[in-house]
Design a protein around this ligand. Structure first.
Ligand SMILES: *[C@@H]1O[C@H](CO)[C@@H](O)[C@H](O)[C@H]1NC(C)=O
Ligand SMILES: *[C@@H]1O[C@H](CO)[C@@H](O)[C@H](O)[C@H]1NC(C)=O
Ligand SMILES: *[C@@H]1O[C@H](CO)[C@@H](O)[C@H](O)[C@H]1NC(C)=O
Ligand SMILES: *[C@@H]1O[C@H](CO)[C@@H](O)[C@H](O)[C@H]1NC(C)=O
Ligand SMILES: *[C@@H]1O[C@H](CO)[C@@H](O)[C@H](O)[C@H]1NC(C)=O
Ligand SMILES: *[C@@H]1O[C@H](CO)[C@@H](O)[C@H](O)[C@H]1NC(C)=O
Ligand SMILES: *[C@@H]1O[C@H](CO)[C@@H](O)[C@H](O)[C@H]1NC(C)=O
Ligand SMILES: *[C@@H]1O[C@H](CO)[C@@H](O)[C@H](O)[C@H]1NC(C)=O
Ligand SMILES: *[C@@H]1O[C@H](CO)[C@@H](O)[C@H](O)[C@H]1NC(C)=O
Ligand SMILES: *[C@@H]1O[C@H](CO)[C@@H](O)[C@H](O)[C@H]1NC(C)=O
Ligand SMILES: *[C@@H]1O[C@H](CO)[C@@H](O)[C@H](O)[C@H]1NC(C)=O
Ligand SMILES: *[C@@H]1O[C@H](CO)[C@@H](O)[C@H](O)[C@H]1NC(C)=O
Length: 511
């Protein structure tokens, strides 16, 4: 009896040893083997542990991943089991991590936290990660993340906080590590140095909470996209108050980067509403935030409105607040009067009215737009003349640009005398100045005085000849009178024609 039991025990021990030897090579252990190892253990060694399985979502409460404090770290860089489903590791480098995970992760491991991993690459395609519901690699230094989470990974919470990660490391252009994380509901990528927002994460129509706080250089436009384009209630920003983004601020001549709190970006909704208010109704202009600007201490979202190719015959009215840029190219607009009349044009700095039917810019005289504009493009219109005085003061600085190509103006001597020098003088502000042409297709800057100024010559042009002639006649007259006098005195008679002249009363005086 005893013998039988002993040999039975012996045999099963032997079988197990052979099994393990066959299936668990000590080095280069593949992750898939854990599964088999665990299955084998399950089959042959019923668990003695009386520990109750932890509820599956215990660690995912309140949007937190499984996370242990440093004080609970196992001694000198190792992994340890926490309960039956969790593994906690500390201070591991690439080689040790592999080894340590191999000896602790089992089929049942659902939660993993690795604190301070210093590794060259984290291959997320490994099968052992597939069963994790919560995966955290925090407070370490990960050189890059490679591979792609397998399809139908159950990872619901991913914490890669504080790993000195940059975007190139996180989201290589070809592989998209997070593409198949269909169950991901929490992503903590805080305290890294990401420069690109992994938009693929928020594309699908499911709720997700993300933490991007402590990344200083994420572009604001990425956040704007994530917040605004889709149903914004799908993406929740954890640590909202402490999430900042980098704003490209283009002041007039230089650009700068300001770091702003992301709350400043929540404007697209209002913008869409005010975009629909543009009159005439139903022309479906598009309105996008162009850039943010600090006006005083306030951040103002400046808007770009595009109403090009809408068959408009006049400028649209009721633009969204703070419209900075308006593009109404390719319409049939005949007047700029609205710029002067509509108060919603007051922040306008860029007006593009190319390919319209505008005959002159007189209506802009004295408008705020003329005082402030940075770009005024009125190319391919029907300008017949350019009232330069409307614009003259604006070109003292190099900023503002004025575009007038493709207009065929009426040219005369005045054009050559006034407009041509004005174009040449302000060529820096009028990049296409050579393309302003006369009715006869001669560029205004090529006008030649002798060809355009053919007005009949004024009598004043002959004044010197007349004066010369008069002087000559006077001299001849004086000589003749002197000669007559001399003849009269010496010969006593008056030569012709003086002797034929009738006597005048004054002659009596002479005699
Ligand atoms: C991720 O890890 C960081 C750093 O250890 C921690 O502060 C944060 O709470 C964790 N985030 C989540 C969502 O668990
Ligand atoms: C790591 O811990 C396991 C037990 O969890 C132990 O067997 C192993 O020797 C430890 N390794 C080191 C390097 O401390
Ligand atoms: C992180 O782990 C490395 C070894 O991988 C160790 O040298 C370093 O001291 C650890 N950092 C901290 C803060 O403990
Ligand atoms: C995994 O969990 C199941 C049920 O909770 C248990 O029966 C089994 O022994 C566990 N396996 C290991 C390797 O802990
Ligand atoms: C994803 O989550 C749902 C419910 O939250 C669960 O039913 C499903 O099994 C999960 N999928 C995977 C692959 O874990
Ligand atoms: C962060 O990574 C860079 C290389 O990408 C490295 O030079 C730097 O030392 C790392 N910083 C820390 C705190 O580990
Ligand atoms: C973070 O990224 C920015 C821009 O790529 C870089 O200028 C900066 O040095 C990085 N900071 C750290 C600590 O790596
Ligand atoms: C919005 O959702 C649609 C599908 O639902 C997706 O195609 C699109 O890329 C999403 N856009 C953003 C910015 O998330
Ligand atoms: C946005 O999502 C919320 C909840 O997910 C839903 O109630 C709402 O109808 C959605 N709105 C749109 C416009 O899809
Ligand atoms: C604008 O959009 C509405 C609805 O999408 C459509 O009925 C209308 O025809 C559009 N108008 C123009 C000018 O495209
Ligand atoms: C503009 O008018 C043309 C013809 O008159 C028409 O084909 C085109 O669809 C119109 N465009 C819009 C935006 O209404
Ligand atoms: C409007 O302008 C387009 C060219 O931009 C022209 O083809 C069309 O005939 C014009 N329509 C009217 C009504 O003038």
């Amino acid at each position: 009896m005893f013998n039988g039991r002993f040999s039975l025990f012996n045999v099963s021990l032997w079988v197990l040893s052979v099994y393990l030897l066959a299936h668990v090579p000590l080095s280069e252990m593949r992750v898939d083997d854990f599964e088999q190892q665990a299955l084998a253990q399950n089959r042959e060694q019923p668990p003695v542990s009386t520990e109750k399985p932890e509820p599956i979502n215990q660690h995912l409460n309140m949007g937190k991943c499984f996370h242990m404090p440093r004080s609970k770290c196992p001694a000198e860089g190792n992994c340890t089991k926490v309960g039956s489903m969790s593994v906690f590791c500390c201070d591991l480098d690439s080689a040790r991590l592999k080894e340590a995970l191999a000896s602790t992760i089992t089929q049942n491991t659902t939660y993993l936290h690795v604190l301070n991993a210093s590794i060259d690459e984290l291959d997320v395609s490994q099968a052992m990660f597939r069963r994790l519901a919560s995966m955290a690699f925090t407070d370490g230094n990960i050189d890059k993340i490679v591979g792609q989470f397998p399809k139908y990974s159950s990872v619901a919470c991913l914490n890669i906080s504080n790993n000195n990660l940059t975007s190139e490391k996180l989201q290589p252009s070809k592989q998209r590590p997070f593409a198949y994380l269909f169950n991901l509901s929490v992503l903590d990528a805080s305290a890294n140095n990401l420069t690109e927002f992994p938009l693929s994460l928020v594309h699908s129509n499911r709720k997700i909470s993300v933490d991007f706080s402590g990344n200083r250089y994420l572009p604001c436009k990425n956040f704007q996209k994530a917040m605004e384009t889709n149903n914004s209630s799908l993406v929740t920003f954890l640590n909202y108050q402490h999430t900042y983004c980098a704003l490209d601020i283009s002041f007039n001549w230089f650009s700068d980067v300001r770091i702003v709190q992301i709350d400043h970006l929540r404007i697209q909704k209002e913008l869409s509403a005010s975009c629909r208010n543009i009159r005439p109704a139903n022309i479906n202009c598009t309105c996008v935030p162009e850039r943010l600007e600090f006006l005083g201490n306030e951040i103002t979202n400046l808007v770009a409105v595009d109403c090009s190719q809408r068959n408009l015959t006049s400028l649209p009215t009721v633009l969204p607040p703070n419209t900075l840029k308006l593009n109404v190219s390719c319409n049939n607009i005949t007047s700029l009067q609205t710029v002067a009349d509509d108060p919603t044009y007051e922040h306008l700095r860029q007006l593009i009215v190319d390919h319209n039917d505008i005959p002159n810019i007189l209506e802009l005289e004295g408008t705020k737009f003329i005082d402030n504009f940075m770009l005024f493009s009125i190319a391919y219109n029907k300008l017949k003349t350019i009232h330069t005085y409307v614009l003259s003061n604006r070109f003292v600085t190099t900023g503002p640009a004025f575009s007038i190509a493709g207009n065929f103006i009426h040219c005369d001597c005045n054009t050559e005398k006034m407009l041509k020098p004005w174009l040449l003088e302000n060529f820096k502000n009028i990049p296409d100045y050579k393309m302003l042409e006369c009715d006869d297709n001669v560029p205004v800057v090529d006008l030649v005085e002798s060809q355009v100024c053919h007005t009949p010559r004024d009598w004043t042009d002959y004044i010197y000849y007349i004066i010369g002639l008069e002087v000559l006649i006077l001299v001849l007259l004086i000589s003749k009178v002197s000669y007559d006098y001399w003849v009269f005195k010496t010969a006593g008679y008056l030569p012709w024609p003086a002797n034929k002249m009738p006597r005048l009363p004054c002659d009596w005086l002479c005699e």
